[in-house]
Design a binder for this molecule. Structure first.
Ligand SMILES: [Cu+2]
Length: 425
């Protein structure tokens, strides 16, 4: 290869480190001019640093990561911690940057929750009013020196600086008293009809236990509420992260064009590492509906497919504005698209799967699922996998080590109580 070609195509370390000196200085100076936090550091305190993380095939790569410092002892994670706030509250978020390059903070659909620039070693704050209840994505949307101004800033988000921000409603119950994930002001008649039907009809059984119950505001997830946050990893971009800064590679001049993901992750894991985990795998009894909040922080399109039940799509993000849109009509799906920066709230009803013979074939009378299952023993496990074919793999060909997990029916209607009672005997 001629030296000129090396500089043009691959000489990231040499070409960029000399070319980047001047702009790095000026950008850092502009960033330092930003005002420090006034007063206390706020409701939620975050830090940014780098972290080495092992992928499903045992290889380690560098990531940029958030950790929360205002609650307990937490580690840097990718994705960042799940943040839960309440609609209408005044929220202050502080972010300390322990990396050598400037960073920022953004939330899709909440333009006021923006910190343009956090200089190295410093802390910046933002205060905003929490918008309507729903699922939001926080991330670092600041631009690396080499990312073209004409295209979206992608690098820091994809390298790990992203996480789910959940806004809880203040008044969420229907007039009939059914809890929903949304504010009453955004309820549609069909959404109300669905949540009122949960636990009360032949399809959605379970009485009071069949109602949906949300996650507590100080928890990341619960047995009836999960978060599926997907991302993709191309190690050649992760390899640009060094302790002394980001290597200013020519790869960044066209990140989308140069991006070739080798790992497709959900909540930071893929393949075998997604085979279990309470954060990801819904494991409930018939009649215990589970909300799955789906987000995509990456650059690739995903097409999530689930077996066993259809899900009810309750809400999505408007991709133009990022705002939460609670559907007027409930859409039943077993495959749903997840575009980059998209969020969708999906309700997994935990109804009797249609292939389980829980009716007497002659009299049509319902018989207990526990007696009907003669061939398939509990737990019944159903796959979730992405229908975007590339995402089944890891490291460029390890199948199935990509975006694949499962959900499971632990037992029949009322099974949780039966198990609890037998455990107490
Ligand atoms: Cu499938």
């Amino acid at each position: 290869m001629k030296r000129r070609d090396f500089l043009k195509y691959g000489g990231a370390g040499i070409a960029a480190s000399t070319a980047a000196v001047a702009p790095l200085g000026s950008a850092a100076e502009a960033c330092t001019a930003a005002q420090p936090c006034p007063g206390p550091l706020g409701t939620i305190a975050l830090r940014i640093d780098d972290k080495r993380i092992m992928m499903v095939d045992g290889k380690f790569f560098n990531f940029l990561a958030f950790k929360r410092t205002d609650v307990g002892s937490q580690d840097f994670t990718v994705p960042g911690p799940v943040l839960r706030i309440r609609e209408g509250d005044s929220i202050t978020i502080s972010v300390r940057n322990d990396r050598p390059e400037p960073h920022g903070f953004n939330v899709t659909g909440i333009p006021a929750a923006t910190i343009d620039c956090i200089p190295p070693g410093e802390t910046r704050c933002v205060t905003f009013t929490a918008p309507i209840a729903g699922t939001y994505l926080y991330y670092d949307g600041s631009r690396n020196l080499r990312e073209p101004v004409a295209s979206p800033a992608l690098l820091y988000r994809v390298l790990g600086l992203h996480g789910a921000l959940i806004v809880h409603p203040v008044i969420s119950h229907t007039d009939a008293g059914s809890p929903t994930p949304f504010s009453k002001s955004t309820h549609s008649p069909k959404l109300v009809a669905l949540f009122d039907a949960l636990g009360t009809c032949e399809r959605f059984q379970g009485g009071d236990l069949g109602k949906w119950k949300g996650c507590e505001i100080d928890q990341e997830y619960s047995f009836q509420e999960k978060i599926w946050l997907v991302n993709q990893v191309d190690p050649k971009f992760n390899n640009l992260i060094t302790a002394s800064g980001i290597t200013q590679s020519s790869l960044l001049l066209n990140m989308l064009g140069n991006f070739l993901p080798r790992y497709f992750t959900m909540n930071g894991r893929s393949g075998f590492d997604l085979a279990s985990g309470d954060d990801v795998c819904p494991a409930n009894y018939i009649g215990e509906p589970t909300l799955i909040r789906c987000l995509n922080a990456g650059l690739c399109y995903h097409s999530t497919h689930i077996h066993g039940n259809h899900l009810m799509e309750l809400a999505r993000a408007d991709l133009a504005t990022g705002a939460v849109v609670v559907h007027e009509n409930i859409i039943e799906r077993d495959v749903w698209q997840t575009w980059p920066m998209q969020r969708r709230d999906m309700l997994l009803p935990f109804e009797v799967p249609p292939d389980i013979p829980f009716r007497n074939p002659v009299t049509k009378a319902a018989i207990p699922l526990s007696e009907a299952v003669v061939q398939e023993q509990f737990p019944l496990r159903y796959v979730m996998h992405c229908h975007t074919e590339m995402s089944q793999t890891a490291a460029g060909g390890n199948y199935p080590q990509g975006l694949v997990t499962h959900w499971e029916i632990e037992g029949p209607l009322g099974g949780r109580a039966l198990r609890t009672n037998s455990a107490s005997l």
